[in-house]
Design a protein around this ligand. Structure first.
Ligand code: ADP
Ligand code: MG
Length: 586
């Protein structure tokens, strides 16, 4: 995916709405004309009354203008508002896609709750900034300019004096608007930080409760809420100051202008009717001018949100720069006994934390390969590199003889079925959960996967069989059942390689036996790599890879390794046999 850059994306989406926006501005501009005509008509009415001329005509015209003004300005609001909703919708859809396809290495660093705040809250704020505020600035700006022009036409001298007074008021307004924007950005960041932490707590709620850490977590959240309140208060104060400060400036200007004007009328320099028109335009100018300033304020606040949305749209994408686009991996001849997976001298670090240091091993196209090693050795990381969640900084990972760096991500993940350490079940029926990611799977495919995963008995024991509803996070299933469900989900896509991370850790002896049987069945069809704790599973493996401290320490079969490798012997006799859960999941 070629990623057009930042502000261009949102601006592009806004451009997509140019028809609605243009129509809104055009209708609004017509409304401005009806507004600007009103003082002239009013002044004419007063003059006519003074001269005893009939008033019906001008009054009807004036009422018609009022009505037209109302219709035009509400239509303008609807058009602009719709464009805004479209922009928000498009932005959310685009950003959801960006987040779903983002490179995990970058998403790791971006707290998930903050991503959520940006996608949900900031997009709404941004809408106001891009549509309503801008339209208000343009339309009310037109009213202001129109009034100024009319005033200049009526009394140029007095107009210049008015401008000077208004200029002083405007200067203060701009300064306040700037401060407001900075405060708003800080407040958005603080709100995002609270959201991020809340998300963390919610995801880990059972753990929090189990540890009795509710008070500690609430205190932490309170700290973040305090910070958001403090910056929110700054925004409130600046907002509250904004209008009164402007008003005081404007009222002082008005008083000065009226005073000078009346002196000019008294001395006969200006005609009273002209001065009446001038004064009316002056009054008509004030509230649009205030709206312009307030809108500049909200526009700038919205820009703070826009910046955060833009940042999210620049999230590096998984398939960006994949060689597959420019130079696809050459096809390899079918057949032969190529390994299903090969790691060649793979080096990897999470940020600046080195984890794998030159790992090489192969996985035969059929059979069970066990990956063992102490916690933190890098076993899960190896799987994540094969699945291409992350990219190695050195060396390469090959699937069926082809470097995965040159394959599209979808191709890699289609070939690899990955059952993660903490795979989650989604809401829905058992069947939907198994067919998740394989919408074309037939009933037969699902049943076959269920059979292979050793889940058939479980399904048979459920009242609704495959149509049994399971809750969020797979509630209603035991840990072992959930794991076999995830195995079935991986199998239904007919992968060439199945990766199982600690798939036996949650199982009791009987369930583990069942899974071991099905592993053997699966291993007849494809390559199976299992990170396993149970000696019973490991001992059966056709090949065992011992990983320690990010390096391959030994490769072999159970009996040979028992003899040759001290670490393997220790793992096999202690942790593997007696304490399957002793190894902290890492
Ligand atoms: P294993 O599965 O063998 O227990 P892992 O591959 O999970 O080990 O982890 C290897 C090392 O990498 C550990 O020190 C772990 O703390 C670190 N690590 C794992 N995942 C991340 C991550 N997303 N960010 C930073 N460090 C990580
Ligand atoms: Mg692990």
């Amino acid at each position: 995916m070629t990623a057009p850059r930042g502000e261009g994306i949102i601006a592009g989406l806004a451009r997509g709405q140019r028809r609605l926006l243009g129509a809104g501005i055009a209708v609004g501009a017509a409304g401005v004309v009806t507004t600007l005509a009103q003082p002239a008509l009013l002044a004419g009415l007063i003059q006519a009354a003074g001269q005893g001329r009939p008033l019906t005509g001008p009054i009807v015209l004036l009422v018609a203008l009022f009505l037209a003004d109302a219709v035009l300005s509400s239509s303008q609001g609807v058009l602009i508002g719709r464009a805004g909703e479209n922009i928000v919708r498009d932005t959310r859809v685009l950003l959801s896609g960006r987040v779903l396809r983002a490179d995990l290495a970058h998403l790791d660093r971006q707290r998930m709750g903050d991503v959520h705040t940006r996608l949900v809250g900031d997009t709404s704020l941004m809408k106001v900034s891009l549509t309503q505020s801008l339209a208000q600035i343009i339309l009310n700006g037109m009213v202001v300019l129109g009034c100024v022009a009319m005033m200049a036409w009526t009394d140029p001298g007095l107009m210049l004096f008015t401008l000077a007074c208004l200029g002083v008021a405007a200067f203060g307004g701009v300064g306040l608007a700037r401060a407001l924007r900075r405060a708003a950005l800080a407040n958005r960041e603080d709100t995002g930080a609270f959201g991020a932490d809340l998300q963390r707590v919610l995801t880990a709620l059972p753990t929090v409760k189990g540890a009795g850490a509710e008070d500690a977590e609430q205190e932490r959240l309170a700290g973040l809420a305090d910070r958001a309140r403090a910056s929110g208060n700054r925004v409130t104060v600046l907002n509250a100051l904004f209008t009164p400060v402007l008003n005081v400036g404007l009222q002082a200007s008005l008083a000065a202008v009226l005073g000078i004007g009346m002196v000019r009328v008294a001395t006969g320099t200006v005609d009273p009717a002209a001065f009446t028109a001038f004064t009316m335009y002056l009054f008509y100018l004030v509230s649009p001018l205030v709206v312009v300033f307030i809108s500049i304020g909200t526009h700038l606040q919205g820009r703070a949100a826009l910046e955060r949305v833009d940042e999210l749209s620049r999230l590096p994408q998984e398939d960006a720069g994949v060689g597959a686009v420019a130079a696809p991996a050459p096809p390899v001849p079918a057949g032969g006994d190529r390994p299903a997976v090969e790691l060649r001298d793979v080096v990897f670090a999470y940020g600046d934390r080195p984890v794998l240091d030159g790992v090489s091993f192969t996985v035969p196209a059929r059979g069970l390969t066990a990956l063992v090693g102490p916690s933190g050795a890098g076993k899960t990381t190896v799987f994540q590199l094969i699945e291409r969640f992350y990219r190695p900084s050195g060396g390469s990972v090959l699937l069926d003889g082809r470097d995965i760096a040159r394959l599209p991500t979808s191709d890699v993940r289609g070939r690899v079925g990955y059952v993660q350490q903490d795979s989650v079940a989604m809401t829905g029926t058992l069947r939907e959960n198994i067919a998740y990611g394989a919408p074309d799977a037939t009933d037969n495919d699902v049943r076959e996967a269920v059979e292979l995963a050793g889940l058939a008995e479980v399904v048979a024991s459920l009242p609704d069989g495959l149509d049994t509803l399971i809750g969020d996070q797979g509630n209603g299933l035991s840990g072992g059942q959930r794991q076999r469900l995830c195995v079935a989900r991986a199998l239904v896509r007919r992968p060439e390689v199945v990766l199982l991370d600690e798939a036996t850790a949650h199982l009791d002896a009987e369930a583990e036996g069942a899974l071991r049987d099905s592993l053997r069945r699966i291993a007849r069809r494809c390559a199976v790599v299992a990170i396993a704790h149970r000696i019973s599973t490991v001992a059966e493996a056709d090949r065992i890879v011992v990983l320690e401290g990010g390096r391959v320490r030994a490769v072999g079969r159970h009996t040979d390794l028992l003899r040759e490798d001290g670490l393997y012997r220790r793992l096999a006799t202690a942790a593997l046999v007696h304490d399957p859960s002793g190894e902290a999941p890492g």
